[in-house]
Ligand binder design. Structure first.
Ligand SMILES: Nc1ncnc2c1ncn2[C@@H]1O[C@H](COP(=O)(O)OP(=O)(O)OP(=O)(O)O)[C@@H](O)[C@H]1O
Ligand SMILES: [Mg+2]
Length: 334
């Protein structure tokens, strides 16, 4: 990495944009501080807003090896940290059979034989027989690494406890071997969808980043970066519609991933603009529950009219439509 690159909030924002990740100054600031302070980042926010992608692009931008740990219920030390390579240990005992007979020859009792073998067992509990899992890999990596602990909220509280040792000291203790310390601290990104609250102890060790649904302007830039073929007008219409849909009280609010999917679907259908018919036919691309589709259909005329109004009379209509939206919000809260 050249001098000065990825070394200021502005350059981070720019380099991520070069990799088609468009972010505001808040996100870039957290990434900057995470590197400077060598602190893990806990990224929270709704599904599909770019939590996982942020970790991936930062790894690319910093030329770091991406080490990913996907969390799930039942994830344990053996899968997250390390495990002993049982089959290799077994193979070695077979090969070393004769040596073992020598060690044991002359032993008078079973107990004595077992004790003699026991004295040799450190051979089998050495790094040679250790299978490193993502946490261990990240700690022992000798080139820059970015550890992504994805969907940490899906793991069990016991797993969180394990993370605490790793994240506070960047070290792992293997009873048979001792403590292994990171030569170079990896950058750590944790993501959570908030399916459960993370412990205070974990939060304290991390910088916190909440990524929300993007503003209209940001979402248009993301769409232009990811699906440039959509063109200015379709992109603007589509994003405006998405922003309005997010204000409805839906079971699953559509996210950036749905905006991108929708743009690609519309292009595949050769739709040049959003009309009632094409929107109706493609709502299933962005809404995943039948109830949500029906709710959106019920509001479709209003959503489309809003868009047309805004386009016809500029600022005046924009004011009206935001007043309409404010009215809608008030109804939701009621
Ligand atoms: N700021 C952004 N710039 C460019 N693309 C983005 C941005 N945010 C999200 N995306 C795109 O949106 C899609 C979803 O992003 P991602 O998978 O990172 O979401 P997530 O927040 O991890 O969702 P989940 O909680 O479901 O795992 C990806 O295709 C990603 O490239
Ligand atoms: Mg994700």
């Amino acid at each position: 990495m050249g001098a000065g690159l990825f070394d200021s909030v502005e350059s981070i924002q720019k380099e991520l944009a070069d990799l088609d990740y468009i972010c505001d100054v808040n996100i870039a600031t957290v990434v900057f501080l995470a590197r400077r302070l060598e602190k893990p980042v806990l990224i929270e926010g709704p599904a599909g807003v770019g939590k996982t992608e942020l970790a991936k692009v930062v790894a690319t931008a910093t030329r770091s090896q991406l080490i990913r740990l996907q969390c799930y219920e039942g994830l344990d030390e053996a899968k997250a940290l390390y495990e002993w390579e049982y089959s290799k240990q077994l193979l070695y005992t077979q090969i070393l059979k004769e040596r073992f007979s020598e060690v044991m020859s002359g032993a008078k009792t079973v107990r004595e034989a077992a004790e003699r073998v026991g004295r040799e067992d450190s051979v089998f509990f050495s790094e040679n027989f250790l299978v490193p899992r993502p946490l261990m890999k990240a700690i022992t990596a000798d080139t820059p690494a970015l550890l992504l602990i994805d969907e940490v909220d899906k793991g069990d509280p016991e797993f969180e406890a394990l993370l605490l040792e790793v994240l506070s000291d960047f070290q792992v203790t293997v009873p048979e071997i001792g403590t292994i310390r990171a030569v170079k601290r990896p950058l750590v990104f944790l993501t959570s969808n908030n399916s459960r609250e993370m412990s205070d102890a974990l939060k304290r060790r991390c910088l916190h980043l909440f990524i929300d649904f993007p503003s209209e302007a940001l979402e248009i830039r993301i769409l232009e970066a990811k699906v440039p073929e959509a063109g200015k007008k379709l992109s603007a219409d589509l994003v405006r519609m998405m922003q309005a849909l997010r204000k409805l009280d839906l079971k699953k609010t559509p996210s950036i991933s749905e905006t991108l999917d929708w743009a690609r679907a519309l292009l595949a259908l050769n739709a040049e603009e959003l009309d009632r018919d094409v929107v109706r036919r493609t709502l299933n691309v962005i809404l995943k529950y039948e109830g949500d589709v029906r709710k959106a259909e019920g509001e479709l005329d209003k959503l489309l009219a809003e868009r047309v109004d805004d386009q016809r009379s500029g600022a005046g209509a924009a004011a009206t439509s935001s007043a309409q939206r404010a009215g809608k919000d008030a109804r939701h809260q009621a």
